[in-house]
Design a protein around this ligand. Structure first.
Ligand code: GLU
Length: 465
């Protein structure tokens, strides 16, 4: 049988990290089994769902290369299907009408809670033979005893006691179908074979299996994925992490890095850390997914992104960087040496935004010096700056090698520890102590520019005194 998976988001918010991870695992599982991956928009909650969120979710997935094999379907457009299924359950005798009022249900709950029992519908309308009316809901006759057992690819055998499950509502009193009914009917009508979703849905599974059985549908394969946790080990949320995929793209994390990071949320393959989508399709095993919650580690994502950025051919890297340069108003094309500058700085930070920020002083005048750095290294460095300025102006060849040699000679002549020599020059050139090796940094500018930056630093020092 061909494997068919689905990602079934409720469009009540933008695409978040946990959702993308679920979509990715569904996609990879379908592809590695030469099957199909589908998307179903679960928008029956009209008040909380929006088309805007739906578009955001579909675009986010498309951005990382996760496209469904068929056009997505929307539950809000399929209510006839659900009503037909409800009729089928009524005919089979597996459901009954219930007219318990809200007050009755509240009372029932209060009594159960007072007696220390789990609150659940007690089935009191089950044998009353009530008729359909605008005051009745349709409930599923759930077996009262016995166990419901299913196999989960991640969790192994999962057992629920039927006595713990109450007779859930299939149709509301206005005739509208409930979430569980829609979910089950869609999985069947879309030909889904494998349900891969977050562990928060685990307790829904026995209820949904009972509906499937009442409808005579074939069983499905399940995989409930561990929750994605923040660094505080609480469920990932806006409070403990950036949860929106778009926010990561806006910072300059690559799509492939996000896929790599998401794949590692609950799954690993020995020591291997770097994965692209194709590797995953080859290597991923649902059975190897861990049960314990998976922590979203920002430092790991940075490390991964650094790696993916470094692996890009230079032209690709540059093209990806250009929008971030524009955000910082860097007009790189005016500088003939821009390719060398970009190449020298390309791994200075783990994100494109960070690299772009570091590039600012190479394309425009140095802004105010980093105060701490200036206090520590620039103060008292007048003789060093003047010496170096002279030395550099005496060079016959202006390249990294000869600049390095000049710096070395200066260090010996002045007998200074490296930071005392290098840091003042670095601050003069870039405003901070953060830059590539000094010879390379200097070689990225022409001599006029070096002179003018050293002069500006000397000027700063004369004013500071
Ligand atoms: N619509 C559910 C959600 O967004 C997913 C249901 C499912 O995968 O079965 O959490």
């Amino acid at each position: 049988m061909t494997t068919v998976t689905r990602f079934a988001p409720s469009p009540t918010g933008t695409l978040h990290i946990g959702g993308v991870r679920t979509a990715l695992f569904n996609y990879v599982y379908a592809k590695q089994n030469k099957g199909k991956f589908l998307i179903r928009i679960e928008d029956t909650d009209a008040e909380r769902s929006s088309r805007e969120h739906e578009e955001n979710i579909l675009k986010g997935l498309a951005d990382i290369g996760i496209n469904p094999d068929e056009p997505p379907v929307r539950q809000s457009e399929r209510s006839d299907l659900y009503k037909l299924a409800a009729e089928k359950i009524i005919e089979s005798g597996n459901a009954y009408w219930c007219d318990c009022s809200k007050e009755t249900l509240d009372e029932m709950r209060a009594e159960q809670e007072a007696a220390g029992k789990k609150p659940m519908y007690d089935g009191r309308s089950r044998n009353l033979g009530l008729k359909r009316s605008n005051a009745t809901v349709l409930r599923l006759k759930t077996p009262k005893d016995g166990e419901l057992v299913f196999h989960d690819l991640v969790r192994g055998e999962v057992i629920f006691q039927n006595s713990e499950l109450d007779d859930l509502i299939l149709l509301r009193s206005d005739g509208s179908p409930t979430y569980h009914l829609c979910n089950v009917v869609d999985d069947f009508s879309q030909g889904i074979t494998s349900v891969v979703r977050g562990e928060d849905h685990l307790s829904n599974t026995p209820r949904q299996i009972h509906i499937q059985q009442a409808l005579g549908y074939p069983p499905l394969e399940y995989a409930h994925l561990p929750m994605v946790l923040g660094p505080d080990k609480k469920r990932l949320s806006k409070r403990n992490a950036v949860t929106s995929l778009q926010d990561y793209f806006d910072e300059g994390y690559l799509e492939s890095s996000m896929i790599n990071m998401l794949a590692r949320l609950g799954w690993s393959k020995g020591e291997k850390e770097i994965f692209y989508l194709d590797d995953l399709i080859m290597d991923f095993r649902m059975q190897e997914v861990q049960k314990a919650g998976a922590i979203f580690d920002q430092a790991k994502l940075d490390w991964i992104n650094n790696h993916h950025l470094a692996a890009l051919p230079f032209e690709d890297f540059k093209n990806r960087l250009i929008p971030f340069l524009a955000k910082n108003e860097i007009d790189y094309s005016k500088n003939n040496n821009h390719n060398n500058i970009i190449e020298a700085l390309r791994s200075s930070k783990p994100t494109l935004q960070g690299v772009s920020d570091d590039l600012v002083p190479y394309f425009s005048k140095v802004g105010p010096y980093n105060e701490k750095a200036a206090d520590k290294f620039l103060k008292g460095s007048k003789p060093v700056l003047e010496y170096i300025r002279r030395k550099l102006n005496g060079l016959e060849v202006w390249d990294e090698g000869s600049i390095d040699a000049a710096l070395k000679e200066a260090q010996t002549a002045l007998s200074l520890p490296t930071p005392k020599l290098n840091q003042p020059i670095r601050i003069a050139m870039t405003g901070s102590t953060h830059s590539p090796s000094l010879g390379l940094t200097l070689s990225l500018f022409n001599l006029d520019e070096v002179n003018s930056r050293i002069d500006a630093a000397l000027d700063y020092l004369s004013k500071a005194n």
